[in-house]
Design a protein around this ligand. Sequence first.
Ligand code: HEC
Length: 191
Amino acid sequence: MKKKVFVLSLILFIAAFSFTACMKKDVAMKQAQPFGSEADIAYSQALWEVLTQAKLVGPDRIRALPYEGMEPHGVILEQLSTMVEVNGLAGIVYVKANYMGEGMTRSKVVNDPESFLGAVTVMFKRETGYDPENQDWFWVKYKADGSLHANPKGALLAGRVAKGMDKGCIACHQDAEGGDFLFNNTASHLD
Ligand code: HEC
């Protein structure tokens, strides 16, 4: 009888131990993940608020002349940039409205932008040390209402997207000329 109790307690102990170890690993993984964490989501929401007030996103946003863009962004794009302040930190922000959809033309985008707005992709320069290898850019892919797009694995696209992976914002933008992760704003192609 005593032996049984001992074996049972041992099993319970092992089960409890593995469960805790598993949970700890999960928490550690969440902390280490470069994007899509709770902190990234909160930051993306603070940024969206600021961008809405600055009229860079949302139905009252300043409109720019739409241009034909490249993949993977929309087929038709509008881009704005300025300085904004997020949680007390001033930094430059690049906001790109990505329009897509069947039958889309530039004039349709001008006259009825909301029907074609598929995503708003943003780069915001954060504090020094946020992501030194990638020039401290914070990357976000918003839906038109300010909520976040996710990658095929379900990770939300806000933060250091997708650091360490061979596809995604950072992987592609690190090939931009001039080493500043910017394609358009180096503007060498306009000369
Ligand atoms: C496969 C390559 C590629 C990926 C992946 C990519 N981009 Fe871009 N991005 C570009 C190109 C090319 C341009 C400039 C051309 C254009 O406007 O279409 C650009 C332009 C931008 C700009 C305007 C600033 C600039 O670089 O001139 C922003 C902001 C931006 N991308 C954000 C993002 C975000 C956020 C992600 C990830 C969710 C992302 N991009 C993923 C290729 C990429």
